[in-house]
Design a protein around this ligand. Structure first.
Ligand code: UGA
Length: 497
């Protein structure tokens, strides 16, 4: 135990690059392989293709000592005992994960095998992928005794990926042989023994030498299902709170209070109960669809996943209707949009609700000024600047002359805006907040009309309930009015006293 393992990580995306850097940090000898030559060059020149906290420090510390980056898969495999596959598994047209990249990599690995190797699935893959990888190796004439396939799903979140990797809630190892399980235990030993946390220069996080990481050994199928089921469950939690938010709003409740009240129940937990624009990113939308597809293939009734997806899609309509209710007509309006990434802390704009909202505004005839602290370069690839779409240098520039300002991503800096300055620069002081970063009462005091998710709107300019209902916005109340006809629910027929 405790010995360095020779590891290859195939793929230098969010999961692959973070895993490679963290394995080096844990003391292993790591080769990160990518077939994108420009990425390999960039990394070897000290550049980093993604924005991820702590990653620059780890790469600087380990590159060209314990960590090498190359395009040469053959020599990497020959030199390694464990080969982690961390390539993309995008959504195919049926909703199923497209595993062609995984298959291509496995076939290539098979051509380089020069002794016993453990292939490790790190990419998010459907159940039985482990079996398919085994078949693929056998078809390529690799004797069964020369390899094992382990499922070791990754649970890191973009934005906090390095700390999630080094301080994991759990490490899941789905191995079907003792030999391969032993190797995986050796790889993670520095975290499970607590040795990493006892080092003077370890990155701090929730775990410690006294409370080290937990490793759960399962079958390969269970490990594959744990990953899909975890992501689907978290997505369900978000859709659940968004549905509650819409209900809360229609009865003049406050979803933030409700989430706090629910989250204090230790069986429910406070995390992932933030109502907003719905989930986005490269994982939840794809994984809910893929898990649903797996269930369908097995003839299992798992329709709840379809409802999760539907609620999530509707959440953007709910938000967009709020924008329309604030602006009345869209054509010719100037709107400021803060945030483009799918969540704060990352430059990733894949499946970002923010991008979709900006597209809808442009389609509606608005001029949009956008600002994001790190995602603007990436956003330009999917939303090119134009006569109607301006990329700006900061939130106050974006807000200049705006008819309304929208908060679309939960960046910390958007929760600390200078409200007086903001109000001074806008044409009308209207904010529609898709991330609930402010308290409605606070915004009202600062002279804003403020609409958020699942909480009473506060309007400096009263808007009739009829118009809101016509627009499909739930029955929100203004700072000037109480809902006119509040009926007790569940007893609609009885007279109110
Ligand atoms: C997610 C999981 O959280 C990770 O555990 C998993 O490893 C990863 O997918 C993956 O499969 O690779 P990630 O996509 O980076 O991580 O982002 P999350 O922090 O989970 O957020 C996903 C989306 O849900 C974001 O759009 C976020 O804004 C939204 N969200 C999250 C909410 O709307 N409300 C919440 O309470 C939490």
């Amino acid at each position: 135990m405790g010995e360095a393992v020779k590891i290859t990580v195939v793929g230098s995306g969010y999961v692959g690059l973070v895993a490679a850097a963290c394995f080096a940090e844990m003391g292993h000898d790591v080769i990160c392989v990518d077939n994108d030559e420009s990425k390999v060059r960039l990394l070897n020149d000290g550049g980093i293709p993604i924005f991820e906290d702590h990653l620059p420090i780890l790469l600087k510390k380990h590159l060209n000592s314990r960590l090498r980056v190359t395009g040469d898969l053959h020599s990497a495999v020959e030199q390694s005992d464990a080969i982690f596959i961390a390539v993309g598994t995008p959504q195919g047209s049926s909703g199923a994960a497209d595993l062609s990249y995984v298959e291509a990599v496995v076939s290539q690995i098979a051509r380089c095998v020069n002794g016993y190797k453990v292939l490790v699935e790190k990419s998010t893959v459907p159940v039985y992928t482990n079996e398919w990888i085994t078949q693929c190796m056998l078809r390529n004439r690799i004797p069964r005794k020369n390899f094992d396939v382990v499922s070791n799903p990754e649970f890191l979140r973009e934005g906090t990926a390095v700390i999630d990797f080094l301080h994991p809630d759990r490490i899941v190892v789905g191995a079907n042989s003792q030999r391969s399980e032993r190797l995986l235990r050796q790889i993670y030993e520095t975290l499970t023994s607590g040795r990493y946390y006892a080092k003077g220069d370890s990155l701090p996080g929730p775990l410690s030498a006294e409370k080290p990481a937990t490793l759960l050994a399962t079958s390969a199928q269970s490990a594959e299902l744990i990953k899909h089921a975890s992501n689907a469950f978290l997505a369900m939690k978000i859709s659940f709170i968004n549905a509650v938010a819409n209900l809360a709003e229609s009865v003049n409740g406050d979803v933030e209070e409700i989430a706090a009240g629910m989250g204090l129940d230790s069986r429910i937990g406070a995390k992932f109960l933030r109502a907003g624009l719905g989930y986005g990113g490269s994982c939840f939308p794809k994984d809910v669809a893929a898990f649903s597809w797996v269930a369908q293939q097995q003839g299992i009734d798992f329709h709840i996943l379809e409802e999760v997806r539907k609620i999530n899609a509707r959440q953007q309509d709910v938000f967009f209707n709020k924008v329309r209710s604030a602006l009345w007509t869209l054509r010719g309006k100037k709107v400021a949009a803060l945030g483009l990434s799918f969540k704060g802390g990352t430059d990733d704009v894949r499946e970002s609700p923010a991008i979709d909202i900006v597209k809808r505004l442009l389609d509606g005839g608005c001029t949009v000024s956008v600002y994001d602290p790190v995602a603007m370069d990436r956003a330009k690839a999917v939303l090119p600047p134009s006569r109607d779409l301006h990329y700006t240098a900061g939130p106050y520039t974006a807000a200049e002359g705006a008819d309304a300002l929208l908060i679309l991503t939960d960046w910390a800096e958007f929760a600390q805006l200078d409200l007086s300055r903001l109000k001074g620069t806008m044409r009308f002081p209207i904010i529609v907040d898709g991330r609930n970063l402010y308290k409605p009462g606070h915004m009202f005091e600062h002279g804003f009309s403020y609409l958020s998710i699942g909480r009473p709107a506060v309007d400096r300019i009263p808007v009739s309930t009829e118009r809101r209902l016509a627009l499909g916005v739930p029955n929100v109340t203004t700072a000037f009015s109480r809902p006119e006809s509040l009926q007790p629910l569940g007893d609609a027929g009885s007279p109110t006293s």
